[in-house]
Design a protein around this ligand. Structure first.
Ligand code: BTN
Length: 281
């Protein structure tokens, strides 16, 4: 895999999407050999009134953005970097549900395209054998309390060799290729992902989050009952995972500090943060 633009990827994508795989997503599709960040462009297009369903996809990113201000390593020729513009008529409080929904779409696509067994780590990291293969960055634009647009940015490590990961990430992250032992067709994966994402989005619009939440819990069942520490905007919270609620918030049972006259437990709702499993990934 060299550093030349991969026009085969674009051609295969456009041809597979021209079969009616999706009705909404990828119509239109904006492809770039190299871009700073598909999320940055998609956010700009959303501000300029781009249609719902617009997808920005790139072969490589020079400034890929991760959650919590991190960067997302985005070499050319191997992975998937795409951002989707959605315009649901919902309150801003519903936006985090779309991140969870997107992680289910990625997990379903991995099962379909690779037969690997993905899991989801709240809120939306997708792992295979405990290593992160996908990250999702959701950014919203609002009119007061109403959503104006949501940009869902999805990065999937598809065919990345181990050497393309920074050393510090090599024991935490992986690619579908490394897990499966053979390359994965990036264009077929991308089209399948858009198809799954569209199906779940329509389900969510029609039936609400619980219809998607059940599938999410299926992939995240590893986390249920585990002792975790969450680095959340409100501070560090330690406790036991009890599930997610109908808004997609993580439910963590915490126990009041030892030494108190009457220790008591309560369930806390966490809307954002980074989870570390005690004795785990
Ligand atoms: C994370 O930190 O886990 C989220 C990573 C999100 C990366 C994707 S790649 C496509 C899109 N464009 C970006 O700049 N970021 C997202």
């Amino acid at each position: 895999m060299d550093d030349l633009p991969d026009h085969g990827f674009e051609t295969a994508l456009v041809s597979q999407l021209s079969q009616p795989a999706t009705r909404l997503l990828g119509r239109p599709l904006r492809f770039f050999d190299t871009i700073d960040s598909t999320n940055t462009l998609a956010a700009r297009l959303a501000r300029e009134d781009a249609a719902e369903g617009t997808v920005v996809i790139a072969d490589a990113q020079t400034g890929g953005k991760g959650r919590l201000g991190r960067n997302w390593v985005s070499p050319p020729g191997v992975n998937l970097y795409l951002s989707v513009i959605l315009r649901p008529r919902k309150l801003t409080s519903a936006a985090p549900q779309l991140s969870l929904l997107a992680s289910v779409a990625v997990a379903e696509t991995i099962v379909q395209q690779t037969q690997l067994a993905p899991t989801i780590k709240w809120p939306n990291d997708v792992l295979v054998a405990g290593k992160k293969v996908c990250g999702i960055l959701t950014e919203m634009q609002a009119n007061g309390s109403q959503l104006r647009a949501v940009v869902i940015g999805i990065g999937v490590n598809i065919n990345a060799p181990l050497a393309s990961f920074p050393e510090a990430l090599q024991d935490k992250a992986s690619s579908l290729f490394l897990m499966r032992g053979e390359p994965v067709d990036r264009a077929a994966f991308a089209v399948s992902l858009l198809t799954h994402l569209e199906k779940l989005y329509v389900l969510w619009l029609e039936k609400g989050f619980p219809a998607v939440g059940a599938a999410w819990e299926g992939y995240a069942s590893d986390l249920l009952g585990k002792s975790i520490t969450v680095t959340a905007p409100e501070g560090i919270i330690s406790g036991t995972v009890r599930g997610i609620d109908r808004d997609g918030a993580l439910l963590v049972e915490t126990v009041s500090p030892e030494g108190q006259a009457r220790p008591s437990s309560r369930v806390q709702r966490i809307l954002a943060g980074d989870v570390t499993v005690v004795d785990g990934y």
